[in-house]
Design a protein around this ligand. Structure first.
Ligand code: HEC
Length: 110
């Protein structure tokens, strides 16, 4: 019969990295839309793919924000140009799409 060896792990928990705390260079405001954004919108809006307004770029967003939030919500929900309806995820609720818009807009103010 083989003997099972019980391995003892070191105190790995001490290596937890707490990212971003108190880092003033990156002032990303969290919000309920963060996860939705990261899962559905970031691929295009992070790097500014296919002409998408870039996350965090106030110049890209200013003229859009001027048209009003409702217009942005509508275009995010229904699509516009190369922006697919709901970021191409039909499973997202209206609320989730609006929250993702809020998250992007809140982080793209001058
Ligand atoms: C396939 C790439 C792609 C994905 C994924 C995507 N977008 Fe976009 N988005 C675009 C492009 C391109 C534009 C610019 C459209 C234009 O103005 O012609 C845009 C524009 C927008 C605008 C501005 C609309 C306006 O009225 O000017 C909002 C708001 C927006 N996207 C929200 C979202 C949200 C929220 C998600 C995720 C749920 C998302 N997008 C996912 C490509 C994408």
């Amino acid at each position: 019969m083989k003997r099972l060896r019980i391995q003892s792990f070191g105190p790995i928990a001490g290596l937890l990295i707490l990212g971003g705390c108190g880092d003033s260079t990156d002032s990303v405001a969290d919000g309920p839309g963060k996860e939705t954004y990261e899962a559905n919108c970031q691929a295009c809006h992070g790097p500014g793919q296919v002409g998408a307004p870039k996350f965090g770029n106030s110049e890209d967003w200013a003229p859009r924000i001027e048209r009003g939030k409702e217009a942005l919500y509508t275009n995010a929900l229904e699509g516009t140009g190369k922006m697919p309806p709901r970021g191409a995820n039909a499973d997202l609720s209206d609320k989730q799409v609006r929250e993702a818009v809020d998250y992007m807009v809140n982080n793209s103010q001058p």
